[in-house]
Design a binder for this molecule. Structure first.
Ligand code: S3P
Length: 769
């Protein structure tokens, strides 16, 4: 049950229809004003729900249903004593109801909080300005985004608002206490309360609600006219039903909404008509490619939306807001046995879409990582007009548009949690003819982007960042880029790749020197697409003005994801695990080298090359590990693997020392700090340094090497998965908070973890639950 956190003595609902009635029902369900509510926290009969409706039958029904304590058809008879008044009348009735309120409330007006539920906000604000002469500080306009095609109090549903959004549109003068009271009322009904400006609300709703209703009304009406006897509806199947359900909605209410939100509705209708016209041309000409582009983009946008609705979003931040906190509860102990294949490589998946889109011809990809990060890249290209089929079980077909074929996206490109996407996009988009904006989730918004913006500016790009070089990035199109020679101050494959991609559009040579070798997937894939890339020692370069030719891509399993299970097996007695088809590119195998130095029993079997990348099956068995000084040259080769390697260190005999790893501080979280905090929580001794850590391993051959505890993953996927495997050698349960972002790089982690022998329960709920 939803908990109540508001203290209203009397809530007056003006307009007892579906929305008002459901509000009463939801308040009752939260225990509000129930006479038998002692067991629900002692709310007494002093609390009342009162209703006013011009229809006496609705009042009678509300009383019979037990939703209201009192009701009347006349406002002046019920307004006295109300502490919060909710106007749930049709939009066009607002003016007269507000006028009555102003009259009857008189001096009491200031003490009462007033809110509404209207679907348009500017028109209702205008009513208030007209009636009150200004926006009263105690009036908080709002709109619950919930409803059904049913109407009347008889259809009242106590669960109508649970998990739904309520948008409040406070004005600068709104009293914060009044706002808080309206928020509290809706929260008690189980709604998620958001704030937005009035104009923005009306534009958003015109597109997401008003336009679809207009279309549904229009389609049903058009078909009905074509066949007076409605014969046609007998044959109407699911498509008709799904598309037109909302045409059964209340006509008066919708007339009012279209009258009140005229301008925003017309603007969205114009966009829609332009879209239909484009589609019409495609159908007329039999232009299959154009149809495929539109349908594919729409189909994926719909699936994306569905996943948002089902809270399985690839936009993990959204999921986090919705679910509060996805938690892993790990039971201590277990052994790791089996033969598994982890999902495709994240770095290669991002690049496969990028180069496939910029190539001439059709690129077939297999093994694509269907994680949130790489899906964000895929979606961004769809928004730039690239037709992409899939992913279907890791298969994706990209219909390349050539280096100059991208189209301006209609809005900012949202890349979620993906630093790789943002930095590589920055290079790729800096040379386009159009402007773009790149945004991401809260974690990405904290990450440094000057490392790419600065050298791109040297190439002639015009880029604005938020304060401190953070996202969002505004890229101004139409700038002529010229090649540069750049010495990277840090070993970063993302910076290198960004500059090489910008170099495709630059005049002359773009040269990048790296202080230490970093992953070379971009160079390999460019070469595979027929674009010459040269290397001499620590420097690689290419010349602008060439072209990319589509080529098939087979994405190996991600060694960074495999790492969690490599370490799991390495630290756990009785383990014997094979990880199939893992990418072992020499710039990525730091984890293999480090684990071997620590004494792991790890063998590479069935080594082969697939589409320009070396792969192997990794066979690992438990063996006692020893602490080591991690060689400096291995650091960039194992950069994403350190969180898991710290867990290996916590189980090794002796001290493991890491230095030269300050880059870990600017990943999805400050990984040195996050891991140190987590290790402290389970009782592993360590010393933190600005660029590394010393970890004192437990080193016992059997049993546990540390305790249990509660870990804050800081929404960082790799921190979450590292402590999940740590549980294998813990003495107590380990609980890990905020794990939703595991889906950014490793969809299916939980199932695979269970399959090989970890005991993991997923929970969702409020913080601290
Ligand atoms: C990546 C490069 C690395 C790595 C990231 C993926 C890439 O980042 O940490 O997960 O695909 O190029 P840096 O370039 O910041 O080291």
């Amino acid at each position: 049950m939803v908990t109540r956190k508001h203290e209203e003595s009397c809530i007056l609902i003006v307009g007892l229809g579906l929305i008002g009635g459901s509000l009463a029902a939801a308040l009752r369900a939260s225990g509000y004003g129930r006479r038998d509510s002692d067991d629900l926290g002692g709310f007494g009969p002093a609390e009342q729900i009162v209703a006013c409706d011009p229809d006496p039958d609705e009042i009678r029904r509300g009383l019979e249903m037990g939703l209201i304590d009192r009701g009347d058809t006349r406002l002046e008879r019920v307004v006295d004593g109300a502490s919060l008044i909710v106007l749930a009348v049709p939009v066009l009735a607002m003016r007269s109801v507000m006028g009555e309120l102003a009259r009857y409330l008189g001096d009491a007006a200031g003490d009462v909080v007033i809110t509404d539920v209207g679907s348009t906000k500017a028109a209702i604000r205008d009513c208030a300005l007209e009636v009150f002469g200004r926006m009263p500080a105690n009036l908080v306009l709002g709109h619950p985004i919930a409803g059904s095609e049913k109407s009347g109090v008889a259809a009242a549903d106590p669960e109508l608002y649970i998990g739904h959004k309520v948008i409040l549109t406070p004005e600068p003068d709104t009293d914060p206490a009044a706002l808080a009271r309206v928020q509290a009322m809706w929260s008690a009904c189980g709604a998620e309360v958001l704030e937005m400006g009035v104009e923005r609300h009306d534009q958003v709703l015109a597109r997401t609600s008003h336009l679809p209703h207009l279309l549904a009304f229009s389609l049903v009406d058009t078909l009905a006219r074509q066949d007076e006897r409605l014969e046609i509806f007998r044959y109407a199947a699911g498509g008709f039903r799904d598309f037109t359900r909302i045409a059964g909605s209340d006509p008066v209410m919708w007339r009012d909404i279209f009258t009140a939100n005229r301008d925003a509705v017309l603007a969205s209708l114009d966009d829609f008509e332009a879209g239909v016209a484009r589609l019409r041309v495609a159908v007329e000409r039999g232009d299959g490619d154009a149809m495929l582009t539109i349908f594919d983009r729409a189909s994926h946008a719909r699936h994306y939306f569905e996943s948002l609705l089902n809270k399985t979003s690839y936009q993990a931040e959204y999921q986090m807001q919705q679910q509060g906190n996805l938690r892993y509860r790990m039971s201590p102990g277990g052994a790791v046995v089996g033969r598994i294949r982890v999902p495709g490589d994240k770095s290669i998946s991002h690049r496969s879409i990028m180069l496939g889109a910029l190539a001439e011809g059709v690129t077939e990809i297999k093994g694509f990582l269907e994680g949130e990060d790489s899906l964000a890249t895929l979606q961004a290209f769809r928004e730039m007009g690239v037709a992409i089929e899939g992913p279907y079980q890791g298969r994706v077909t990209v219909h390349g548009v050539g280096l100059h074929g991208l189209k301006k996206p209609s809005g900012p490109l949202y890349v979620g949690n993906a630093g790789t996407a943002m930095r590589l996009f920055a290079g790729l988009l800096a040379g386009q003819a159009f402007d773009t904006e790149l945004t991401g989730d809260t974690s990405l918004t904290k990450r440094p982007m000057n490392r790419v913006a600065d050298p791109l500016r040297l190439m002639g790009a015009e880029i604005d960042t938020a304060e401190g070089g953070r996202p969002p990035l505004q890229l101004h199109g139409g700038r002529a880029l010229k090649g540069i020679s750049y010495d990277m101050p840090m070993a970063s494959a993302q910076v290198k790749s960004c500059l090489l991609l910008a170099g495709l559009y630059a005049e002359g040579e773009t040269r990048v020197s790296e202080p230490a070798p970093t992953r070379d997937h971009t160079e390999r894939m460019l070469a595979g697409f027929g674009y010459p890339v040269h290397r001499d020692g620590d420097t690689c370069w290419l010349s602008g003005g060439g072209r990319l030719t589509a080529a098939p891509i087979d994405v190996p399993s991600d060694i960074s994801s495999a790492t969690f299970f490599l370490v799991a097996a390495a630290i756990t007695p009785g383990s014997d695990l094979v990880l199939e088809h893992v990418g072992i590119n020499p710039t990525r195998i730091g984890v293999i080298n480090i684990l071997k130095l620590m004494g792991a029993d790890l063998r590479l079997e069935n080594e082969r090359e697939v589409g320009g990348e070396p792969v192997a099956d990794l066979h690992i068995r438990h063996a006692p590990l020893k602490g080591i000084d991690i060689p400096l040259e291995q650091v960039p080769l194992a950069i994403d693997e350190f969180p898991a390697l710290f867990i290996a260190a916590a189980n090794a005999r002796g001290i493991t020392r890491l230095r030269g790893a300050e880059e870990l501080r600017v990943k999805e979280s400050d990984r040195l700090q996050a891991m140190a905090d987590g290790l402290a929580a389970i009782g592993v001794e360590h010393t933190l340094y600005p660029d590394g850590i010393d970890i004192v391993g437990g080193g016992s051959a059997e049993g546990s090497n540390y305790g249990g505890g509660r870990i804050d993953s800081l929404e960082d996927h790799r921190i979450a998965m590292s402590f999940a495997i740590a549980a294998l050698r813990a003495s107590e349960e380990i609980i890990i908070d905020d794990c939703a972002n595991v889906a950014t790089s490793f969809p299916g982690f939980v199932d695979l973890a269970r399959k090989v022998g970890l005991t993991l329960t997923e929970e969702s709920g409020e913080e601290g639950a």
